[in-house]
Structure formats: C-alpha cells, structure tokens
Design a protein around this ligand. Structure first.
Ligand SMILES: Cc1ncc(COP(=O)(O)O)c(C=O)c1O
Ligand SMILES: N[C@@H](CCOP(=O)(O)O)C(=O)O
Length: 465
C-alpha cells in the first residue's frame, strides 16, 4: 500500500514512511492510494471478534506488508491492554434506536487514546528497526496532548513537544499534559488559540531545514495512522448493530474532522453506513460550509466543549481530495485560497458529493447544557459536553429504523465544571487518576511565534542532527 499527498507534489510513501512523515513535504495530508475493500461476507466473518482481533483484521491491509504480522499483532494487543473496559470501545443504548459508542476507557479518558496508544508503539517499532530518533510535535485543544504524552512518555527514541492554547483547556486536560515526570515530555503553553498552535505545527513541518534537522514527526490527525486506527470502532459498533445486514448512521462531535473522516473511510471500505452527521458547537465552520458551500474562517469562540473550539479543520482537506476525484490541483487551489483570504468556495459537483454522505448541525452552549440535563433525566446517562453536542444534533437527524450511534468522545470527569453546572452532578475522576489534581505541574509559556517555538524544540530535542 502506498500513500499519496492530497496536494500531489510530494513523493508517494509506504506505510512506515507515511507514519514517520506526519504531514507531507508539500503541506498535504497522506491518504491510501486505494481503499481496502471488505465484502459483506468479509464483514459478516468479523462478527464476534474481540476488539484487538478486529483491529488486526481491519488494519492489516493498510500496512502494505511493512510490519510483520506477529509484530503488528503484539503492538495492537499491547495498545488495547491499556484500556479499562473489556470491550475497549463499548456501545451503550440510551434511547429506542440511539446508542453511545464510549471511546473514553483509555488512559486519558478521551477517544484520542484509541489511536495514540497504537501510533506510539508503531512509531517506536519503526524507529527502533531503523536505529533512528524523532522529534514529535503536536497541537492540542486539550485531548490529543494528554493522550500523546501518556502514549509517548518515557520512550527512548522520541522527544515530544505538545503545544496547547494558554488558559483555554480544562484543568484536568492541562494537568494530563503538565504533570508528566518523563524527561522526553515537553508541555508548551502557547499564547494563542488552538488554530495558532496547529498553524505553528504545520509551519514547523513546512520549514524543511528545521524539519530535517530535528527529524520531525507528528501525532495529530494529520498523521494517517491516527485516522487508520479510528476506523476500527466504526466497524465494531456497526457489527454489534447488525452490519453488514443492517445500515447504521453516526453522529460525530467534530473539530479537526479526523474522527468523522475515519467513518467516511470505513464506508469506503464497505461498511454499510447510511449517514455521517457532523456535530459542531458554536465554532460551526463545517455546518456553515455544508449549508453554503463556502468554507470561511472567523474568530474562535470559547465554549464548554473546548476541544471542538477549532476553525481550521485539518482533515477536511482529505475529504476535499476525495470529493474532487483525487484531483490535487483542486485541493491546492482551495488551500491557497484559505491561506490568502481565509476562505474558498467548493464547486457544485464536489459539494453535491459531500452532501450525499454528510449532514451537519450546530449546537449552542445552552443547548449542550440542556442536553446534558435531559439525557440524565431521561436515560440516566451523564454526558460530557462534546458528546452532548453530538447527541443534540443526532436527535434532529434521527431517521426511522436506522440505528444512530453517537460517538462518546470524552469522559464527563474531564469537564467537571460544565457538567456540574448543567446537571448538578460533579463527575469524579476514576481512582487511577486520583493524584492528578495535586501533582506538580511543569510547562513552559511561549508566544505564538514560530522562531521561538522552533528554537525551544531545537534546544530540547535529542534527535537534532
Ligand atoms: C472530546 C473531543 N470530542 C471531539 C473532538 C473532535 O474530534 P476531531 O478533531 O477528530 O473532529 C475532539 C478533538 O479533536 C475532542 O477532544
Ligand atoms: N480536539 C483536538 C484537536 C487536535 O485534533 P487532532 O485529532 O488533529 O489531534 C485535541 O483535543 O487536541
């Protein structure tokens, strides 16, 4: 299997190189040259598999034979042994035909663990085989950072630098990034918002001198392996609900568009998905884009679902590439428009293809709070604000007999203030995170300035050539 850049000006790479590269050298994102295909019979044969076995079955075609089967099996089993639920990603029924796919039973209580625990092991394996080190940079609006730090802490071949927006993540999220005692972990509190952090990370990748000097790798969902690992839970939940003999719809709380793009990938691989519904908070660029065809950035609003406080939605580029019939020239034109004027307009045919698969809806902070309250009253289920945004949108899009699965992306204890204000219940952290709120914090505050961030990374990475 080879991986192509959405911008068409970087060499196609094999799996291991694509994992280490993160962002393509032309600024694009890697996608597989073709989507692996599973027939209805193949999918039927997946019924009853334990989550790690399903992951091995679904993901092996993406590896292109580059990771030996026994090694990959070991990495997958180790990754999912870190989860605290036997099913890894259990499905819980909350309404007549509505289900929450709980993705928060990993070490940092958010869906990011599902991919990050595997990605860290894959990277370590490839680096060890090659006798190399890497510098990892990542941007976070709160959850990616903690998951990445947990997964990479103490690994000898990588130094990890996580950029988070100063004062804009929840206290639990911040402490998951700042209380690691591992020498290879660097938490950087950047004076800006998430889009500034993500912009800095992309600028570091596009500064080829710096990129090569520090052997840069990325762990945001720009990295194909992140999306790849997230495909598996679409299969596991759809199988539980009768796939391939019964279609399923998904509503996904969306920010960087990685999680829902994994659902699109699952559909392209043969999983019978009826609709993919994008749920946003007040930062509704994706809902506006689907309605108008114009992708136009505006200021970022702080909400009670901070991990979705995003305007520049990285993985939308992967969808544009697909909708444009994999025409990299079109993607380059759109991305130039975004860079120059903060906007671009999607052509009619492409918009039609996107609307054929996706719907979108937005929610306000008040609606999120009301949804937390009513779901507790009606279903005795305590939602986190991100999942609540999706539940609200799902209700508006539920259609007849097709089961609706809402992706439960975080545990409510990550956002206790918002959850308590909405429901009167202060969700407690699980016992194994008991010391988190009293541990010493260690982080560095930096301005949103490329040179200063690069200088910090260069001085602290052991991968510098
Ligand atoms: C809890 C939570 N929900 C939803 C999202 C949105 O996911 P994505 O960026 O993959 O669209 C994020 C951040 O990415 C998150 O941390
Ligand atoms: N919401 C995310 C933002 C980064 O998303 P990613 O999936 O591209 O890593 C976060 O919690 O950091």
């Amino acid at each position: 299997m080879q991986y192509l850049s959405t911008r068409g000006d970087a060499p196609a790479l094999g799996f291991s190189d694509a994992v280490l590269a993160g962002l393509a050298r032309d600024g694009g994102l890697y996608v597989p040259r073709q989507w692996p295909q599973f027939s209805a019979a193949d999918i039927r044969a997946m019924r009853g598999l334990a989550y790690p076995d399903l992951a091995i079955r679904v993901l092996t075609p993406f590896l292109g034979g580059e990771i030996a089967a026994p090694v990959f099996e070991r990495l997958v089993r180790e990754a999912y042994a870190t989860f605290r639920h036997e099913a890894v990603c259990p499905l819980v029924q909350t309404g007549k035909n509505t289900f929450i796919l709980e993705l928060f039973h990993g070490p940092t209580l958010a869906f990011k663990d599902v991919a990050m625990q595997l990605l860290a092991r894959l990277m370590d394996h490839v680096l060890a085989e090659r006798g190399q080190r890497a510098t990892i940079v990542g941007a976070t609006s709160g959850d990616t950072g903690g998951a990445a730090i947990d997964a990479f802490a103490g690994r000898d071949r990588t130094d990890i630098f996580i950029l988070f927006p100063h004062g804009k993540v929840s206290p639990v999220q911040q402490r998951q990034m700042t209380t690691s005692s591992a020498a290879n972990v660097h938490a950087l509190s950047v004076e800006g918002n998430f889009d500034d952090c993500q912009g800095l990370v992309k600028d570091m990748f596009n500064d080829h001198g710096f990129r090569d000097r520090v052997s840069l790798s990325g762990v945001n969902s720009i990295n194909w392996a992140r999306i790849m690992a997230q495909i598996v839970y679409y299969f596991s939940s759809a199988l539980s609900l009768g796939a391939p003999d019964r279609p399923v719809s998904f509503t996904v709380p969306t920010g960087n568009f990685g999680d829902i793009f994994a659902g699109y990938a699952a559909k392209r691989m043969g999983l019978p998905i009826e609709r993919l519904i994008i749920a946003t908070n007040d930062n509704d660029i994706l809902a506006r884009t689907l309605a108008s065809g114009e992708y136009r950035t505006k200021g970022v609003f702080a909400t009670t679902s901070p991990s979705m406080d995003i305007q520049v939605s990285s993985n939308f580029e992967r969808l544009l590439f697909e909708a444009a019939g994999r025409d990299a020239e079109t993607v380059r034109r759109y991305m130039n428009g975004l860079k120059q004027s903060g906007a671009f307009t999607i052509e009619e045919g492409e918009l039609k293809r996107i609307r054929a698969e996706f719907d979108a809806g937005r929610t306000t902070v008040d609606e999120v709070a009301a949804t937390i309250r009513t779901t507790l009253e009606n279903s005795n289920y305590l939602l986190d604000p991100h999942t609540a945004a999706a539940v609200r949108v799902a209700v508006a899009h539920a259609s007849g007999p097709v089961p609706m699965v809402v992706l439960g992306t975080a545990h409510p204890a990550k956002f206790p203030a918002a959850v308590e204000a909405a429901s009167g219940i202060a969700p407690a952290l699980p016992a194994w995170l008991g010391g988190l709120m009293t541990a010493d914090e260690k982080y560095t505050i930096l301005p949103s300035d490329l040179k200063m961030v690069e200088d910090y990374v260069s001085r602290h990475s052991r991968a510098v050539r």
